[in-house]
Design a protein around this ligand. Structure first.
Ligand code: RP5
Length: 164
């Protein structure tokens, strides 16, 4: 079975990453989520990535804060697409995790998204867009979602707009 594999560096990351799994649930996309750290449990991370790939993971999402090497570490272990979600926290409030996640050396990409909740939500959408390359039904659902979003903009505007 194809699924999205989500790793996060700590239990403290879960409240933000719940935003990601809520989106995947809304679209009925199968996922796994585990806590595994690039620094605290490197062996567990390596084992998880290997097993997940064997079981059918098509895309990985890795979320971490501070010296956030998790996405980069996952990218070193698989040739599947890796999406990185830098998380806020610590005295630098996320700038550290953003730079740690985004600044990968050439040939080892991590698709790094926005900090925090926005990145968590977008990680689910980007993972689904990748799956939709070979899943027409999911692709149609994503198109319908875009139509709804455009309608909502019009609805929101209609409540407050002033046009002369
Ligand atoms: C990172 O360090 C984790 O991803 C988390 O964002 C941050 C702090 O972890 P805890 O000390 O809260 O476990 O590895």
């Amino acid at each position: 079975m194809e699924f999205v594999a989500i790793l996060m560096g700590s239990k403290s990351d879960y409240p933000v990453m719940e935003e990601c799994i809520n989106v995947l649930k809304k679209f009925d996309v199968p996922y796994e989520i585990v806590i595994s750290s690039a620094h605290r449990s490197p062996n567990r991370t390596k084992e998880y990535v290997k097993n997940a790939e064997e079981k059918g993971a098509k895309v990985f999402i890795a979320a971490a804060g501070m010296a956030a090497h998790l996405a980069g570490a996952v990218a070193s272990m698989t040739a599947k697409p890796v999406i990185g979600v830098p998380l806020k926290g610590g005295v630098l409030d996320g700038l550290d995790s953003l730079l740690s996640t985004v600044q990968m050396p050439s040939g080892m990409p991590v698709a790094t998204l926005a900090l925090g909740k926005t990145g968590a939500v977008n990680s689910a959408y980007l993972a689904m867009q990748i799956l939709a390359l070979s899943n027409t039904e999911l692709g149609e659902k994503l198109k319908e979602d875009r139509v709804m979003k455009a309608k909502n903009v019009e609805l929101d505007s209609s409540e407050i707009e002033v046009i002369l």
